[in-house]
Design a protein around this ligand. Structure first.
Ligand SMILES: *Cc1c(COP(=O)(O)O)cnc(C)c1O
Length: 249
């Protein structure tokens, strides 16, 4: 989509373009909610336990606005450069912004200005930087420890053995609240196996921090497996918004 295409869609002189996109998003949302309900029913869980987080990366602020109008309250982005202007454009909407990408400490001050939740906390240095930025911004930030489930470098996430220490550090920080854990299923692996492992790690964290009940797991392709394994938050991009042209970073 070009910049001008985006503007035409947003302005929608006759309302047609925006209207059809709204219909498309509404249909996708209904489908995703149906999948969540079916997975919950199969797992003997209440669908009200699941928070649907819309991953809006690569899509315009106009889509965020439409999703908000359809009742979604949680949106996620993985790059500060894209997230900051989108959050600014949607400031009037009742949204919680989740940051789910690899986060460099030089972006922390910006992220702390709009995010309510940082799901990708994976090292001590980041805890310190986020706390300092949140204190300075006069805000509280909810943090999840991102767990690496494939022992591979480069996709972010703390080694399982480091998770409890990071959780302690977040819980002890002045302006941070420990929400729980997050993970992405390893590429090519069995997601159910990975999510079961994550559930075990989450239970360990709850032994010292009973309030840290969030398990953020599951995306468009594997949300059922995640819900079966106890996920409280699913992060859905493609199934809600359609295919992304850009390479997933
Ligand atoms: C892009 C992304 C998602 C959503 O992935 P889909 O397969 O499009 O649903 C979820 N979590 C993270 C961390 C992402 O970067």
């Amino acid at each position: 989509m070009t910049e001008s295409d985006g503007k035409i869609t947003e302005v929608g002189a006759d309302g047609t373009a925006a209207g059809s996109r709204r219909d498309e998003l509404a249909a996708n949302l209904a489908e995703v909610r149906k999948r969540i309900e079916a997975a919950c029913a199969a797992a003997g869980r209440d669908a009200g336990e699941i928070t649907l987080v819309a991953v809006t990366k690569t899509f315009p602020a106009s889509d965020v606005r439409l999703l908000s109008g359809l009742g979604l309250a949680d949106v996620a982005e993985n790059r500060d450069q894209d997230a900051a202007p989108k959050a600014a454009a949607c400031q009037d909407l009742p949204l919680t912004w989740h940051f789910v990408g690899q986060l460099q400490t030089n972006k922390v001050r910006s992220v702390a200005s709009y995010a309510g939740v940082v799901q990708s906390v994976d090292r001590s240095k980041l805890v310190t930087a986020l706390d300092r930025a949140a204190v300075r911004a006069g805000r509280r930030l909810r943090c999840l420890v991102q767990v690496s489930l494939d022992d591979q470098e480069g996709r972010g996430g703390a080694a399982p053995g480091d998770v409890r220490t990071l959780a302690d550090e977040i819980a002890g920080a002045e302006a941070l609240d420990l929400g729980g854990v997050m993970a992405v299923a390893p590429l090519g692996g069995d997601p159910a196996e990975a999510f079961a492992r994550l559930a075990g790690i989450a239970a360990q964290v709850r032994q010292s921090h009973p309030e840290a009940r969030v398990i953020s797991a599951g995306m468009s392709g594997d949300l059922e497996a995640a819900i079966t394994c106890g996920a409280t938050h699913v992060r859905v991009g493609t199934a809600l918004l359609g295919g992304r042209r850009a390479i997933v970073r």
